[in-house]
Design a protein around this ligand. Structure first.
Ligand SMILES: [Cu+2]
Length: 407
């Protein structure tokens, strides 16, 4: 089982290896292929339930191609909540990592692992980045908001809508250039971002009894587990059903994340040790191994469980706590104590250089999605606005309480 790691934890030597792999993949034409394929299926895999399973399968296929070049290759995930206040300051966007902003009238990317690349889809052009606010970006999504979604969404459709209209869109739009188009896979950022979206889905799947949860708008009416994952002829999904992509560790989904629950050891379906795309598994309503892996305090809160005890303390037993953070509201005191002790050791890391804790900053509102983005996806603008409004309400609620964000 391969383990996808946080982009923040990679050494310069590991970035060099990624550089070699993506350079080779580009010379073999795979960046063009994936950009074209993503554009071809675009309307079937955004704003629809297939959003999660399609992108899970899509990123995996790209990773598998990379492993033909370097058998150790995995796609790092980029937890973009980490630098949500000032995304341009991210260590992931330096000249020896993903590169920074585009330059010149065409906003060509001058540095990073794809520095000065020429792309061929949809036509020959330099790979572009164009930050949303000049040399900086508008704020992304605070980790507290994502934690709230993981805790409170009880069906896939609400979770998908929350993620798609918040962290998913904000990050694509922040980087701009190729990353904000239908052919976004031209920018390797796409795969690192979607690995993170996939990790959040996997956290949500494990957070309650929702491992096989699948509902919402499908291709024809209500989505079903035996729907075919939308595919482009250039990809090797075949007629794989959505069910084959639901559980990591099975049906060729041979990977996990360094900061998410491990795949269940025993699950109805095929435990496949190969990279084959065994799409025969279509369990519906099978009994999952019980109990499901429990999320630790840190996983509940976007990896850094610092706020679990703070949120509980600040919000006490009021109804806002139950509405926005039901998992924390339901925690017993022993569990809280355990998290609290992790909290104490982790707090050191939140000190800035002069030893002052940065906990007096209010949480920032996310920038709203642009109209062009909403139109390109055919989203219902009312729904997009509602998700944004709700995130702002949650942020107001936390900012008006005694809660102080450690981020
Ligand atoms: Cu996409």
């Amino acid at each position: 089982m391969r383990v996808r790691r946080s982009a923040h934890s990679l050494s310069p030597a590991e970035w060099d290896r990624i550089h070699s792999v993506v350079t080779e993949l580009h010379s073999q034409g795979h960046f063009d292929q994936f950009a074209r394929a993503h554009q071809a299926v675009f309307n079937n895999v955004h704003g629809k339930s297939a959003f999660f399973p399609f992108h899970r399968r899509f990123v995996l296929e790209f990773e598998n191609l990379g492993r033909r070049i370097d058998p150790q290759f995995t796609i790092p995930y980029w937890d973009t909540t980490r630098e949500y206040r000032n995304p341009a300051s991210s260590p992931v966007l330096r000249s020896n990592t993903l590169g920074g902003n585009g330059q010149g009238p065409d906003r060509c990317l001058p540095n990073g692992i794809q520095g000065n690349w020429q792309m061929n889809f949809p036509s020959r052009h330099c790979l572009r980045r164009d930050y949303s606010n000049g040399d900086t970006m508008n704020p992304w999504i605070a980790p507290e908001v994502i934690s709230s979604y993981i805790q409170r969404d009880n069906n896939l459709d609400s979770f998908r809508e929350h993620i798609e209209f918040s962290i998913h869109g904000a990050t694509h739009l922040g980087l701009g250039g190729d990353a904000s188009t239908r052919y976004a896979p031209n920018d390797f950022f796409f795969h690192m971002h979607h690995a993170n979206i996939d990790r959040l889905w996997w956290q949500w799947q494990n957070s309650k009894n929702t491992m096989l949860d699948y509902n919402g708008p499908g291709q024809n009416g209500e989505a079903q587990l035996d729907d075919t994952i939308p595919q482009d002829r250039s990809l090797s999904f075949g007629d794989a059903p959505v069910s084959s992509a639901m559980v990591l560790g099975y049906n060729g989904m041979c990977y996990t994340y360094d900061s998410a629950p491990n795949p269940p050891a025993n699950y109805p379906g095929t435990r496949s040790g190969s990279e084959d795309n065994d799409s025969t598994w279509a369990t519906r309503g099978g009994e999952p191994m019980s109990p499901l892996p429990m999320l630790s305090g840190s996983s509940i809160l976007a990896d850094r469980g610092l706020e679990v005890s703070r949120i509980r303390k600040a919000l006490g037993d009021n109804s806002d706590l139950k509405d926005f953070f039901p998992t924390i509201a339901a925690m017993n005191t022993t569990r809280l104590e355990t998290i609290l002790s992790t909290d104490r050791s982790a707090r050191h890391k939140c000190k800035s250089k002069d030893g002052q804790r940065k906990e007096t900053l209010p949480i920032e509102y996310p920038a709203p999605m642009s109209e062009a983005w909403v139109r390109m996806h055919g989203f219902d603008p009312e729904r997009v606005a509602a998700v944004h409004r709700e995130a702002c309400q949650l942020i107001d609620m936390l900012n008006n309480s005694t809660y102080t964000s450690p981020y």
